[in-house]
Design a protein around this ligand. Structure first.
Ligand code: FAD
Length: 401
């Protein structure tokens, strides 16, 4: 296997390094990751610099507010690698730029692209994903939140749940039942919903990290123009799945795992118990080496998917494998981070003897959620076994009655 990127791309790597050396100090302190939620002034300024230089919204056409470069997957990988190893913020991301924008580019109308893509990639408009409902999670196509026609508008009623960042969002991309007479999958539409619409109420839910990371969202005859449907009415299932594929890519970044591993090694070198450095403890070292091997395996799995894409082939269920294994490895890295520090590992940010701003314990709780969000581990395993390994399909539940 040739892992060399070739002279053109190595020259590009030099360019990225020069940019980081010149501008990196202007980045906000959040680390190498991509920040979601509502961006502060510093992040908005940094995001503008990134777009101007082609390090964010790189391949989005200029008329939609992007940099307008030709798609080049290897250049994208190089940018990720270099920002990650320099520990510099990748800017503003999350559900708007990483999930909605690619969906709009594929399925949106020209009006929708011109209206939403620019403000979203600049971090001025924040989005949330309104899919899950109290009775519809893994069985997503069963959503019940419905829209009734009223002239050129829809009146939307129902409830969403686990809606990340809804409390700070300007807009929702939601999966709504607009065609009550159609079959389960054909009755849905993908609708862009302003969160300040009268009839929408957001109630934050506090997770075990102590933060209100997601919400319940209630709709009572919320009036939304029918022109806010992306694609055609009844095509919502197909379009929602485009977004879900981008969500899995976002959650499965091997560059993020690599960054977490590096930070862990650094912490284990500096933390000691009874005069023994954590990295020299046989038990902890054993776990570290196993995780190091898994992070490397994820990196090579990512390269294999990259090769498929470069050859114009879909990586197939390999994307689901990356989401499944990546989220689990991420959780195990956090667990080792806590254990390496003994009782100090459980301290929250702000505690007098905290380490790494309480990062490892909060990541431990947060990454547990990522194993569930975007499709649970069990569902990923079902799909991998059925579509990837050709195993028999799971039996359908018995009809009631
Ligand atoms: C951190 C986090 C953020 C989230 N953010 C959002 C968001 O922004 N927007 C949004 O719409 N949703 C969001 N979700 C919701 C998420 O998509 C759902 O939690 C997920 O799809 C599972 O649905 P559920 O919670 O209803 O569980 P259920 O579907 O009720 O599943 C319960 C359990 O049963 C298992 N199970 C269900 N069906 C099967 C089967 N056929 N075979 C084997 N096992 C099965 C599941 O794996 C799970 O362990 C988020 C969730 C988390 C944890």
């Amino acid at each position: 296997m040739d892992l060399n990127f070739g002279p053109e791309h190595e020259a590009f790597r030099t360019e990225v390094r020069a940019f980081l050396a010149e501008h990196g100090e202007n980045a906000p302190r959040a680390g190498a990751g991509v920040a979601a939620g509502r961006a502060g002034e510093g992040l908005l300024r940094w995001q503008k610099i990134l777009i101007e230089h082609g390090y964010s919204a790189r391949t989005i056409p200029q008329e939609y507010g992007g940099y307008g470069a030709e798609p080049d997957i290897l250049k994208r990988v190089i940018i990720d690698e270099e920002f990650n190893s320099a520990g510099v913020s990748r800017g503003f991301g999350g559900q708007g730029p990483e999930m909605l924008v690619p969906t709009l580019l594929e399925h949106g109308s020209e009006v929708q692209k011109l209206r939403w893509i620019g403000p979203t990639v600049r971090g001025e408009v924040v989005w949330c994903q309104g899919y899950s409902e109290p009775g519809s999670g893994s069985d997503l196509a069963s959503v019940q939140t419905r829209a009734v026609e009223d002239g050129s508008d829809f009146l939307i009623s129902g409830q969403k749940i686990w809606t990340t960042t809804a409390q700070v969002s300007d807009m929702m991309f939601g999966l709504i039942r607009t065609e009550p007479k159609a079959s389960k999958h054909a009755g849905l539409s993908y609708v862009l919903i302003p969160m300040d619409t009268p009839g929408i109420e957001v109630r934050p839910l506090v997770t075990m990290t102590g933060e209100a990371e997601f919400n319940e969202v209630f709709f009572t005859e919320a009036r939304v123009p029918q022109e806010n449907v992306v694609g055609k009415r009844g095509e919502g299932w197909k379009i929602a799945n485009t977004t879900l594929a981008h969500e899995r890519n976002m959650l499965a970044s091997s560059a993020v795992l690599d960054g977490a591993l590096r930070s862990l090694v650094k912490r284990m070198r500096s933390e000691s118990s009874n005069g023994v450095r954590a990295i020299d403890s046989p038990l902890l070292r054993d776990r570290l080496i196993e995780l190091q091997a898994r992070v490397l395996a994820m990196k090579y799995h990512g390269m294999r998917m990259l090769t498929s894409r470069l050859k114009g082939r879909s990586p197939g269920v390999a994307g689901l494998v990356a989401k499944l294994a990546g989220c689990e490895v991420s959780h195990q890295l956090s667990a080792l981070g806590i254990d390496a520090m003994g009782e100090l590992g459980t301290l929250y940010e702000g505690s007098p003897r905290e380490r790494d701003r309480g990062r490892w314990q909060s990541q431990y709780m947060f990454t547990l959620g990522l194993i569930i969000g975007g499709g649970t581990a069990q569902i990923q395993k079902n799909i991998i076994s059925e579509r990837g390994l050709g195993m028999p399909r799971e039996p359908k539940p018995q009809a009631k009655g």
